[in-house]
Design a protein around this ligand. Sequence first.
Ligand SMILES: Cc1cc2nc3c(=O)[nH]c(=O)nc-3n(C[C@H](O)[C@H](O)[C@H](O)COP(=O)(O)OP(=O)(O)OC[C@H]3O[C@@H](n4cnc5c(N)ncnc54)[C@H](O)[C@@H]3O)c2cc1C
Length: 318
Amino acid sequence: MAQPRSSRPSAIVEGALRRAILAAADDARVRRFVNAHGARLGGARFVAGETPDTCVAVLRALNERGLHTNTTLLGEGVHDQAQAEAAVVSYESLITRLVGEGLRANVALKLTHLGLELGEELAYENVRRLVEHAEALGSFIRIDMEQSAFVDATLGIYRRLRESGLTGVGCVLQSYLYRSERDLEALLPLAPNLRLVKGAYLEPPDVAYPRKADVDAAYLRLLEASLTGAGYTAVATHDERLIEHAIRFAEQHGIPRDRFEFQLLYGVRPQLQLELVRRGFKVLVATPFGPEWYPYLMRRLAERPANALFLLRNLVRR
Ligand SMILES: Cc1cc2nc3c(=O)[nH]c(=O)nc-3n(C[C@H](O)[C@H](O)[C@H](O)COP(=O)(O)OP(=O)(O)OC[C@H]3O[C@@H](n4cnc5c(N)ncnc54)[C@H](O)[C@@H]3O)c2cc1C
């Protein structure tokens, strides 16, 4: 009998590598090394450069291929109010520019970048300013989901924004968290715009499923509950089994294509992105930029340890 994917030796090794890469990401020496060499060795494949200009050029090229985009000014965990304010100002001008240039692109941001660790009220006020700005220009803001310690505050802020009448905002649920199915149930009456992901952080077994098979099964349950609910679902995964399941499930339940979209990361499965566009689905490519790319790159390496080997091979080849 075939073994479930997550109990195969390769899945066990991958899981261990994933945890090792995420743990090593906090080591100062690893940070120095990757900051010095990572982009040149191939990490740039996941990031649209360091400036708004380089990013806009990439977004335009993606739009020209029929892909929608979102972008993030990379950065998280600011240490004072001035840094949070600087992030808000940068996002304000980025939103204005994306709209002004007629790009099919919106912003996705992290609340810790807007000061969540300094105070929930500060993050709320900052994100509200940006959602109001985006909405006034006919745009939209996605609030990313970060480590489990921030989930309560992030969902609370999302709820406050929606209950204050703002609609140009969405949030994210991570299927690796045991709590996400309850969170989805609580959010559905708001007809939320939800991005569903598996989850990218190192979480302990008392809050998140340790086994990949359980994370995948939970994703399936969230997907079906979200698609049959009143909101809009962004199916954010590169897992083709889940993508095909979403397509079949939507067809079987008469869920129209304007009630969901697929989202993938810049630099990951580009052919699959185009193939889904060719089949008539809305596809959004999440395309971050900025000098603070280190933690983002480390999460991408952990998701697929072969990416880390690719970087190391480039190092040996030089
Ligand atoms: C648009 C988008 C937004 C996201 N936002 C968040 C967020 O707000 N919060 C959060 O915690 N996580 C976020 N994530 C990351 C997510 O949680 C997963 O870590 C990531 O998507 C990998 O899981 P997977 O669903 O692709 O499935 P997996 O089972 O991990 O991967 C399926 C297949 O996809 C390919 N693949 C997956 N990742 C990579 C990669 N990095 N490089 C190359 N190939 C890869 C591999 O072929 C793999 O076999 C986001 C992901 C996407 C696509």
